[in-house]
Design a protein around this ligand. Structure first.
Ligand code: PEP
Length: 256
């Protein structure tokens, strides 16, 4: 019988458009003892640097540090100016990528259909997508959260098999809470993450119990423990509070 706490906790920092490669390298070196600490406590630790810092971080971080791209294209090569492909990431041993972060949905027209193509391409290459979903403030206030998030999950993960989605990670990030300091209550986080798991169960069956679902949105050292105490929240995707090594360490310490 499956029990929720069999899912390994995951703390993933999203650096967005921050840090020079030299700064990213410094963080990577400093984070090594943290990865050892995380390993001892059965926690996965990771960061998503900018493309230009991926190689530096991969080279200088602990081998068990998860290093994720913030985006990826679904085609392997071709006339897509400004884009990066899966083989390009794999050449640098990068095997994780965020898909559909709300900033990309907002500024780069990342639709559920595009996300679906990216998730499929990543899973086909045995890579790990962190598929981000979440409603805007207007949608939240209109009581549309589950309609929006349900559609994002169903459309973004369309035509995948139960076997394929086992390694997938889903991140619930209410758009109104990202970078605003207005974090969702733990009740909201648990309710929506549970809803996501129910949708995943409906789509893929019992394997949904193995899929990690993260909460993201103004997570800080002071509130991370409360989120991770929710039965359906398996970790956190953290922006601002993941940028400084001290704060990143405090996030980890507070979930051990
Ligand atoms: C994010 O970028 O995914 C995020 C959740 O940002 P912040 O923690 O700064 O709200």
């Amino acid at each position: 019988m499956w029990c929720f706490n069999m899912r390994k906790k995951l703390l993933l920092g999203n650096w967005k458009m921050n840090k020079l490669a030299s700064e990213a390298k410094e963080f990577a070196i400093a984070s090594s003892p943290l990865v050892n600490k995380a390993l001892k406590n059965n926690i996965d630790l990771g960061v998503a640097p900018t493309y230009l810092s991926l190689a530096q971080v991969k080279q200088h971080a602990h081998p068990n540090m998860i290093v994720a791209a913030q985006n990826v294209h679904f085609q392997t090569s071709g006339a897509f100016t400004g884009e990066i492909s899966i083989p390009m990431l794999k050449e640098f041993a990068i095997t994780w990528a965020l898909v559909g972060h709300s900033e990309r949905r907002t500024y780069d027209n990342e639709t559920n259909e595009k996300c679906n193509a990216k998730v499929k391409a990543l899973l086909a290459e045995k890579m790990v997508p962190v598929y981000c979903v979440g409603e805007t403030l207007a949608e939240f206030e209109a009581g549309q959260t589950k309609v929006i998030v349900g559609t994002q999950v169903r459309d973004g993960l369309k035509d995948l098999t139960a076997e394929q989605v086992k390694e997938l990670v889903v991140a619930y990030e209410p758009v109104w809470s990202i970078g605003t300091g207005k974090n969702a209550s733990t009740e909201i986080a648990e309710d929506v993450c549970k809803f996501i798991r129910d949708v995943l169960k409906d789509m893929f069956g019992p394997i949904a119990e193995e899929i990690r679902i993260l909460y993201g949105g103004s997570v800080k050292p002071e509130n991370i423990k409360a989120y991770l105490s929710c039965p359906n929240v398996d970790g956190a995707l953290v922006g601002g509070a993941s940028l400084k090594i001290d704060s990143y360490e405090a996030l980890l310490n507070n979930i051990i």
